[in-house]
Design a protein around this ligand. Structure first.
Ligand SMILES: Nc1nc2c(c(=O)[nH]1)N[C@H]1C(S)=C(S)[C@@H](COP(=O)(O)OP(=O)(O)OC[C@H]3O[C@@H](n4cnc5c(=O)[nH]c(N)nc54)[C@H](O)[C@@H]3O)O[C@H]1N2
Ligand SMILES: Nc1nc2c(c(=O)[nH]1)N[C@H]1C(S)=C(S)[C@@H](COP(=O)(O)OP(=O)(O)OC[C@H]3O[C@@H](n4cnc5c(=O)[nH]c(N)nc54)[C@H](O)[C@@H]3O)O[C@H]1N2
Ligand SMILES: [Mo]
Length: 656
């Protein structure tokens, strides 16, 4: 048996380093790399499942074209000729904006980012702005600090008090559990703020059950208390922040009573939490992405940053406010290609509407890769209609997803084990991981790296760099090599880190236009937002749709990727209080209906659930019932973020 270094390409905080075990040219298992500072030898079932996915009988191995009698295999060359001729026709008639390039976070390696190089070389195709995932928060961090840099895991372990704010690491970020363990082992305290009693709630000292969409109010109210009681670190604010007086004036009206009314927390809980947070020198706040999937999500993250600053915790070891952690990503470049002007962009959260309304030019061709928008984008029914309205759709995936099934041409994708790559995440882990090619791809299979090169050749696209893989990687990684003073060979290992300090903003120098932390942001103003954080209420329920629907991430899957073989109804978690009044009961199948669509779910009681709030995990395919059939194309206050959790539903007995 041989062991070969690889890495997990899933969209995840942890970005694990993997070791593939190979026997007779076949991978028999994969394990976590023991020598990796974050992975520490432990991986999750989703990481191990890369092997199952690669050898799965339903994996796509050949290009498929849609015909009257369903999908039929065609030769690669034929498929690429067809794409080239369709592209040429759209380019001639409508220009590059007639092509829409849809991609998401389905695969986190560099090798498959050549799609962006290709479409940029085509000359500014229609492209999204913002993100379905974390855009409100990353934009908030860019406004406040100039970038989103988090405290590294080892530094967070030295916290003596930690607020986990809307994050569920027991499910989404399992290597963070080591951080929680260390903090508690050293006598520190960990508090979780989440509307649900998640698995994480059982691993912390205190669970604070906040009303959904009101974290903004809590952060404003906590800052109010710090100023009111002269606890605020005004020295820090004077030295390092601009606009702090305007911000202090702003929070003056957000009293504990007001905060209590918004958040559903008692004044005592709010006061005590504030005092504890202030009192501990190494008090950290670590946010997740659930709490920014609201119309006020960006302001909520800005308010939490501002709270950290008011407490004087920014740039302090073991403290700070961590949302994401752009380390390697800040030093990754792109091949040298002519600069492209993206003439037409649309907010990612409104793709379906955009496609239907686009007329100058209309969307004539769509490229779907590394994403499953039918299941994951908001408003599934509208997304299906929109994709079907596009005359020619190409999808690239390892499997016939609900999105690929709508395409005219489906191209298979390679597994991470079949290509050499460099993989990193900007969510938490600060490491770059090398993934060697472990096995050859199936005979004749083109990976996306080769596919775009072939396509560029067929189109005579001279701007597309005719790089081999190594030249491409070097072009992307040269800024990193320069910053770190290392050679390309030095990067061919797991766990490459920049030797910069663990503590962001410790030198008091920020990447904002003013060089300070911006509690007053001209850039926010330029975006049509209040320059200083302000209260924006979450959306309210209506009589027709009285329940707020939260659709968080599940342990069983990364987004839709683990639901391929699942064929059961999703569960709808209903609070026991609501269940007492309801016409349905535990285990019953019910119709969950919103203004956008409906799905059938099985009722599960939530012993600790808030009345008026129901939960269904996201990721289920259409055969089970996509939760996004219920969600609207609603944009948050910033970052093109989807306000998924400002969705309202009715739950009812299935009649007949
Ligand atoms: N197992 C697994 N791991 C994953 C993923 C997955 O699908 N499965 N997905 C990956 C991806 S793409 C992402 S973006 C991350 C997401 O990682 P997380 O942010 O940790 O997970 P979420 O489920 O999005 O939301 C976190 C928590 O926010 C809570 N929440 C909802 N509304 C509110 C609110 O108003 N206030 C507060 N305080 N909390 C609220 C939810 O109840 C949930 O427990 O995880 C990554 N890791
Ligand atoms: N209701 C609701 N909806 C949500 C969320 C929520 O909390 N609630 N969360 C949102 C979040 S945080 C995110 S990040 C998005 C995720 O949205 P998506 O990124 O669309 O979700 P995935 O299900 O991970 O789909 C990725 C697809 O990429 C494919 N893939 C894997 N490897 C490759 C490859 O090498 N090449 C190609 N071409 N394809 C590959 C996978 O097979 C899979 O079908 O969903 C969002 N949707
Ligand atoms: Mo995400």
């Amino acid at each position: 048996m041989r062991e070969i270094l690889s890495a997990c390409p899933l969209d995840c905080f942890d970005a694990c380093s993997l070791v593939a075990q190979v026997e007779n040219g076949k991978i028999i298992a994969v394990r976590g790399n023991k020598d990796h500072s974050v992975t520490k030898g432990m991986i999750c079932p989703k990481g191990r499942a890369h092997v199952e996915r690669m050898y799965a009988p339903d994996r796509l191995l050949k290009p498929l074209i849609k015909t009257d009698s369903g999908f039929q295999p065609i030769q690669w060359d034929e498929a690429l000729d067809l794409i080239a001729s369709k592209m040429r026709a759209v380019l001639e008639q409508h220009g590059p904006a007639g092509i829409l390039h849809n991609y998401d976070y389905g695969y986190e390696g560099l090798a498959k980012q050549v799609d962006q190089v290709f479409f940029d070389c085509l000359g500014g195709v229609t492209h999204h702005h913002g993100s379905l995932c974390w855009g409100a928060g990353t934009t908030a961090a860019e406004l406040d600090f100039g970038s989103y840099r988090g405290h590294n895991p080892e530094d967070l372990m030295t916290s003596d008090f930690m607020i986990l704010w809307g994050r569920n690491p027991a499910v989404t970020n399992i290597h963070f559990l080591k951080v929680i363990q260390e903090v508690r082992k050293n006598g520190g305290e960990v508090v979780l703020i989440d509307p649900f009693q998640t698995k994480t709630a059982k691993l912390v000292d205190q669970w604070v059950q906040i009303k959904p969409g009101t974290d903004l109010a809590l952060a404003l109210g906590m800052a109010h208390i710090l100023f009111r009681d002269n606890l605020a670190d005004v020295e820090w604010l004077k030295a390092h922040a601009i606009g702090w007086e305007a911000y202090r004036n702003q929070v003056a009206s957000y009293t504990p009573e007001w905060t209590s009314e918004q958040t559903g927390l008692s004044v005592q809980v709010i006061e005590t939490l504030t005092r504890k947070y202030m009192k501990h020198e190494c008090a950290s706040i670590v946010m997740g992405y659930g709490m920014q999937r609201y119309v006020n999500g960006g302001n909520a993250v800005r308010a939490i940053h501002a709270l950290g600053a008011t407490a004087g915790k920014i740039g302090h070891p073991g403290a700070g406010v961590t949302y994401a952690n752009k380390r390697i990503g800040a030093h990754v470049g792109k091949p040298d290609i002519p600069e492209v002007k993206r003439l037409r962009t649309y907010p990612k959260s409104k793709m379906a509407d955009f496609i239907q309304k686009a007329d100058q030019p209309p969307v004539e061709m769509m490229w779907i890769a590394k994403s499953n928008p039918v299941v994951q984008a908001p408003d599934t029914n509208a997304t299906i209609d929109a994709i079907q309205s596009v005359p020619f759709v190409v999808a690239v995936d390892m499997f016939m997803t609900d999105s690929a099934a709508l395409a005219d041409l489906v191209l298979p994708a390679t597994s991470v084990f079949e290509e050499e790559d460099y993989i990193y995440s900007s969510m938490f882990s600060p490491s770059l991981n090398y993934a060697a090619q472990v096995v050859e791809p199936p005979a004749g299979m083109l990976g996306e790296f080769e596919l775009f090169a072939e396509l560029a050749g067929k189109l005579g696209l001279e701007a597309y760099p005719a790089y081999d893989r190594e030249t491409y990687f070097k072009a992307c990684l040269s800024p990193l090599m320069e910053t770190a003073g290392v050679s390309y060979e030095d990067l061919k290992r797991s766990d490459f880190r920049l030797r910069e300090e663990d503590v962001p903003w410790a030198d008091g120098r920020f990447l904002t236009p003013s060089g300070k932390m911006e509690l007053y942001s001209d850039r926010a103003k330029g975006m049509g937002l209040s320059p200083v954080v302000t209260w924006i209420p979450p959306v309210s329920p209506t009589t027709a749709y009285p329940y707020r629907l939260i659709t968080p991430h599940t342990a069983k899957s990364t987004n839709s990727q683990g639901f391929r073989l699942v064929d059961v109804r999703p569960e709808v978690f209903v609070s026991v209080v609501d269940l007492q009044e309801a016409a349905f009961s535990e285990g019953e199948e019910v119709l969950v209906r919103s203004a956008n669509g409906k799905i059938v779910c099985t009722v599960v009681p939530d012993e600790a659930g808030l009345p008026g709030v129901v939960k269904i995990f996201e990721g289920y395919w259409r055969k089970s019932g996509c939760v996004n059939a219920l969600t609207p194309q609603l944009e948050a206050d910033m970052g093109g973020q989807t306000a998924y959790y400002d969705t309202f539903v009715q739950v009812e007995v299935i009649s007949g």
